[in-house]
Design a protein around this ligand. Structure first.
Ligand code: TRH
Length: 385
């Protein structure tokens, strides 16, 4: 029997929050037959990824998902079986209160002979999957390769005041985590064409040292075509080269603006290019499924917390690389994240690109042997581990 899911997404900035939530919502509906509502506070951030979404509508159906505008005057109609709070976005207070009411429902307690010792729900009746009410409340966390997530994934966090429990669901790279988003039928590390032109996609923040990269590309003996999406990547390039709607030619390199692509077309671009610069969370994961060499600009955090996450990923991902190649990858990732010299790091990265590509194909295929995040979530909600 399909469960009703409410996924809540608050767009902080950029496209990562909505990218992850939209992928998850459409996969739960399309692959797992679940009844999914996706509540988004800013639908205009979804329409570039998903042109079928009309940001002016408060309610619409797209790819089997009921899309709802999460407005300030949120009116509660019903509480779902599963509530996903994406990235600690804080559910509407009325929704949380109704979840607690559902828990208190006498009918429900009778049906499941539930004990309410110390105000905490007991799951002794057979796991999370045994109940329709109260909802299973999931906090979907950000992705990190740090080892501590293995121990924290799936942990319960009792609400301090209400008889509710929230479960932490951590995406990750090991089987002890919630895994990574990956649709059924997604081509994982498909073979690439041997093209004379080196095609690059450049999705980055405006803080990336693009000037140094552009200088290195301009000096290339091989033809280069660099695709630049709108927004921060194009702003960064324009800050270096000046405005030009038609793009730029520097030495052997062409640098061309690209329109913002629908999500699946962007995935295809990553499979098409020989090297991808990606950022944040979702494009970072997609670059890994593409299996091509990639350079990651991590989302910056206060106190440089992101640097620990960057190195945690490099440690895990680079473990099976030859040490010299791993050092080139690390140098390029660090330089691209403001710690080092891109001009010095790029030649080594490029020279090792064939070996990095081989490694990335293996890496992607190994990761794809693990269950994907949506499948893990469905299993978790049903009471599995
Ligand atoms: O946009 P981002 O920088 O998002 C970030 C991160 O998720 C970060 O962790 C989070 O804290 C912050 O947002 C609020 O990068 P990310 O995660 O790669 O998301 C970009 C999305 O945009 C991704 O789903 C791919 C999609 N995309 C397209 O669909 N078409 C395009 O042309 C491009 C360039 C991207």
């Amino acid at each position: 029997m399909p469960l009703h899911w409410d996924i809540f997404c608050r767009v902080v900035d950029n496209y990562g929050d909505i990218g992850v939530c939209w992928r998850l919502a459409r996969q739960l509906a399309g692959e797992h037959g679940q009844a999914v509502r996706l509540w988004v506070d800013d639908l205009s951030s979804l329409s570039p990824l998903c042109p079928a979404c009309d940001p002016g509508l408060s309610k619409q159906w797209v790819e089997g998902v009921e899309l709802r505008h999460w407005a300030r005057d949120f009116v509660l109609d019903r509480v779902a079986d599963v509530v996903v709070e994406a990235f600690a976005c804080e559910l509407p207070a009325a929704y949380v209160a109704s979840m607690a009411d559902a828990f208190r429902s006498e009918q429900w307690k009778e049906r499941h002979s539930m004990s309410v010792a110390d105000g905490q729900p007991s799951l002794s009746h057979g796991g999370r999957g045994a109940f329709r009410r109260p909802p299973c409340w999931i906090n979907l966390e950000y992705l990190t390769a740090e080892t501590w997530v293995d121990g924290c994934h799936g942990q319960a966090s009792p609400h301090p005041a209400l008889p509710l429990v929230k479960y932490f669901f951590f995406p990750g790279f090991t089987s002890a985590t919630g895994g990574l988003l990956r649709e059924a039928g997604l081509p994982v590390a498909p073979p690439s064409d041997l093209a004379e032109t080196l095609e690059i996609s450049l999705f980055c923040y405006d803080t990336a040292p693009v000037g140094d990269l552009i200088a290195a590309l301009a000096a290339s003996s091989r033809p280069v075509l660099c695709h630049v999406p709108p927004g921060k990547p194009l702003a960064a390039v324009t800050a270096v080269l000046g405005p030009s709607a038609a793009g730029w030619r520097l030495g052997n390199a062409r640098i061309e603006p690209l329109p913002f692509l629908p999500l699946d077309d962007y995935d295809a671009l990553l499979r098409h290019c020989a090297i991808n610069f990606v950022r944040g969370e979702d494009s970072f994961v997609r670059a890994q499924w593409a299996g091509r060499p990639f350079v990651w600009q991590i989302y910056p955090q206060a106190d440089d917390a992101h640097r620990v996450k960057l190195d945690a990923f490099l440690d895990r991902y680079g473990a099976a690389l030859a040490p010299a190649t791993a050092a080139h990858v690390r140098a390029m990732f660090h330089a691209w994240n403001g710690d080092g010299d891109v001009a010095a790091a790029w030649p080594g990265f490029l020279a090792h690109a064939p070996e990095i590509a081989r490694h990335n194909r293996n890496w992607a295929r190994q990761l794809a042997e693990q269950p994907d995040l949506a499948a893990n979530l469905v299993k978790f909600v049903a009471g599995g581990v």
